[in-house]
Write a protein that binds this ligand. Sequence first.
Ligand code: PLP
Length: 387
Amino acid sequence: MYENILRHPGPTPIPKKVQLAMNRDIISHRSNEFVELYRETIELVKPVFGTKQDILLLPSGGTAALEAAAINTVSAGENVVVITVGAFGDYFVSICEKYGFHVHKLEKEWGQACTAKELREFLQPLQDIKAVFITYNETSTGIINPIAELAEVVREETDALCIVDGVSCIGGAPAEMDAWGIDILVTGSQKAMMLPPGLSLVSVSERAWKVIEENKTPSFYLNLLSYRSWAEKGMTPNTPTVTLINGLHEVCKLIEEEGGIEHTIARHELIKNMVRHAMNALNIELLTTDEHASPTITAIMAPKGIALGDFLSHLKQQYHLDFAGGLGHLQGKIFRFGHMGYCFPSDILQAISLMEAALQDFEYDFELGAGVRAAQEVFLSAQRKQL
Ligand code: PLP
């Protein structure tokens, strides 16, 4: 009877209007209607990336788009730097190693961000780096790296391309690809973009295209030059996920309806603050400090004295609230509260109130309502500023 309340860091709930848009009759990807849909969608999505450059649509998950970014720019034996602050940074390392790149790994403890100073010191002794790979938002820990500052350091210290995994935050976090000098920015559909899995977006700078044109690594399905040449005709080289592109068009309209991407980003900032204040009020620790806290996912430590697995199962079975567990060595220690995409203050109030109900069932020592009240206070204060 009850629907599951999905509060994962992807996949995320799909707005009704987007579901309806995806229900439209399928069209041929070689038709004029598709060309119109494709061209309009690409123009509409550019502000979300903060770019005027090409954005390519790949019929794939985020991983394939990351792989495309890597293999189209770097060849085996070439030097790259990968910043890793968690599971998805490590994932980027694995992709690079698989293709035989020579990886210099800048590794931080999980739960911390990489600072501009650290990156500068790391890069200075290195030579001939082809690309620096950075995870913008580390989904395993709820850290957002200071990407504008990191991209600036890459520019100042190297001639390398700056390649960014924005899979779990684009659409919910600021992105100024052109102004920040990012060369390739990648995201996937199923997170802050409010769509089902299966579509990825890859934006490529002029500088990156020059490198791609010279690159020697063979690729076929993930060959970005092939996507570019078909994009010029308003199409894709293979059968695209037309349904998801219909959905993406609608998502862009919803973002416009909200007042533009700045407003969507501001909502994510607000809901992040609601979650963090609520956890503080409940005396439940957060994995990360406020300074680098992600606007799209919050990593929360197990409430003291409670077995986390039992707590998460109870929340799901009894209250239909579904949080994600920890990854890697954080499994059993943290849970991840996804608040990206189609998520509003009312969803946060609902989730926190259900969480409090479960805490009460586990006889956790707290004042019932304290978390909800703290979140309401953040919400009301933001409302008052708008009035
Ligand atoms: N990068 C980040 C930061 C992610 O969060 C994820 C998925 O959670 C991926 C890459 C991989 O994306 P996908 O699962 O769509 O292949």
